[in-house]
Design a binder for this molecule. Structure first.
Ligand SMILES: Cc1ncc(COP(=O)(O)O)c(C=O)c1O
Length: 447
């Protein structure tokens, strides 16, 4: 027996090996009962009060990540990618921390405006933006619209009755490693226009010809979970060369480069992350070199982290429903959530860890697969993880690093409503988004 097992009160306030801060919110500890707490609130209490599954979001962690970005990139515009997680509260926190906001639909724009985000700090994205969404964005006075196609220029030109700033999205032909579904910087994919292509050149000319469209620069987004900062340096080299070409051919000096998001975060202990200090150095060096080579003034840099702002602020709570031991030795732990609240495992083969939140396990462990409740064999949350051998139905499991692309990708498959989001802050919990009810599920069904 260890000292901690004999005197559990010693654990209070100490970071536990169960809660590695590389994947959990910084303010994660455990209390005298061995229960995991985030921002001073026991996760087991949240499960009891709000039910399960439930997304828990640590406000302080979100704000801390915003400040980290501002500290590392004092001269850059940090534009939070709302697709990772957007509620009115999140939009407010982001704005209060001095970040801008990237929205990619009329719905996200509506949330941002309802939260009181300054439209001038909003950037509209999207491949295939519907006319009505462009119309709403122009009417709201969004700061910039990222043009994704030639057809969009025609729509925008018709809509803009006053000067509208736009960026042109280019795919720089940089193929970062990763799941094919998230490699967006390569030339053969649906986003933007290939850098150096006839279409991209025509897009520049067309925008420049429109009296109410102001081309301010270029945008690119290389992909997701990028942990090698050199890819961003290479993007700068290629995009600055294009800025210089526009200056030479059209006599216009574009002033902005938006490098998109894709900054890698750890989902499990030991996963590689993008080092922001290294990224800052590489951006600086690449700008110096590229601008010196092309004699182009240094453009203003923007970047759009989504996951890196919110992923580690989120923890999802599940209750164990059943435990099945298969004759081949495999154990399945069935929980009351799954692919509806976390489709990333099925979509991207993402790997997660899960731990018991309601006690400090002291006995032996077993290797198990945590599976969801939904009618799909692929409904898996975590494969081959270590869990206490004496785990019982009714206990609460917590999955860290679930703040990004979980709530925003969630569905109500099998007629199961989406979980609530409960924010935690300085010892208090608050339901930010309530659980989807049967009434909600039927509200669009007109009978
Ligand atoms: C244009 C754009 N910007 C930013 C992001 C945010 O990416 P991440 O959350 O990986 O930082 C995405 C994600 O798909 C994107 O498409």
């Amino acid at each position: 027996m260890t000292l901690l097992e004999i005197f559990p009160s010693l654990r209070s306030g100490m970071p536990s090996p169960r809660v590695d801060t590389s994947v959990w919110p910084c303010e994660t500890h455990y209390d005298e009962l061995g229960r995991i707490t985030v921002a001073g609130v026991a996760l087991a209490d949240i499960a009891d009060q709000y039910g399960t599954p439930t997304y828990v979001l640590d406000e302080t962690e979100v704000r801390r990540r915003c400040r980290t970005y501002r500290k590392h990139f004092p001269d850059a515009e940090i534009i939070y990618a709302g697709k990772a997680l957007l509620t009115r509260s999140v939009a407010r926190w982001i704005a209060e921390e001095g970040l801008s906001l990237d929205v990619c639909s009329g719905g996200e724009l509506a949330i941002a405006l309802a939260a009181g985000v300054d439209p001038a700090r909003i950037v509209l994205h999207g491949t295939g933006k519907p006319f009505c969404e462009l119309e709403a964005a122009v009417a709201a006075g969004v700061g910039r619209i990222v043009v994704d196609s030639l057809a969009e220029i025609t729509l925008l030109a018709a809509l803009a009755t006053a000067p509208q700033q736009v960026l042109l999205r280019l795919s720089p032909g940089i193929d970062v490693p990763g799941h094919p579904a998230v490699r967006t910087g390569a030339t053969d994919q649906k986003f933007g226009l290939p850098l150096g292509s006839a279409q991209a050149r025509e897009a520049v000319e067309r925008v420049l010809r429109q009296p109410n469209l102001r081309l301010v620069g270029f945008h690119c987004h290389l992909g997701s979970q990028i942990h090698d900062p050199d890819f961003y340096g290479e993007a700068i080299r290629r995009l600055v060369a294009e800025l210089a070409r526009v200056r030479h051919d059209h006599g216009v000096t574009l002033t902005e480069l938006d490098l998109g998001g894709g900054h890698a975060v750890a989902y499990r202990r030991g996963d590689p992350e993008l080092n922001l200090a290294e990224l800052a150095d590489i951006i600086d060096d690449a700008l110096d070199a590229a601008c010196a080579r092309t004699h182009h003034p240094r453009p203003h840099i923007a970047m759009e982290p989504g996951r890196a702002i919110v992923a580690h602020a989120g923890v999802t709570l599940y209750r164990v429903m059943a435990i099945k031991h298969i004759d081949n030795g495999h154990t399945y732990v069935i929980v009351d959530g799954g692919m509806n609240d976390n489709p990333r495992v099925a979509l991207y083969d993402a790997r997660y860890d899960a731990v018991v939140a309601s006690r400090h396990p002291t006995g032996p462990h077993l290797t198990a697969t945590v599976a969801g409740r939904y009618c799909e064999a692929g409904d898996i949350l975590a494969r081959d993880i270590r869990l206490p051998a004496d785990l019982r139905p009714g206990e609460v499991l917590a999955v860290p690093s679930t703040g990004a692309y979980h709530h925003s990708l969630a569905s109500s498959y099998n007629g199961v409503g989406r979980p609530p989001i409960v924010s935690v802050y300085e010892g208090r919990s608050r339901e930010m988004v309530r659980r989807e009810t049967y009434g909600d599920l039927m509200s669009r069904d007109l009978g």
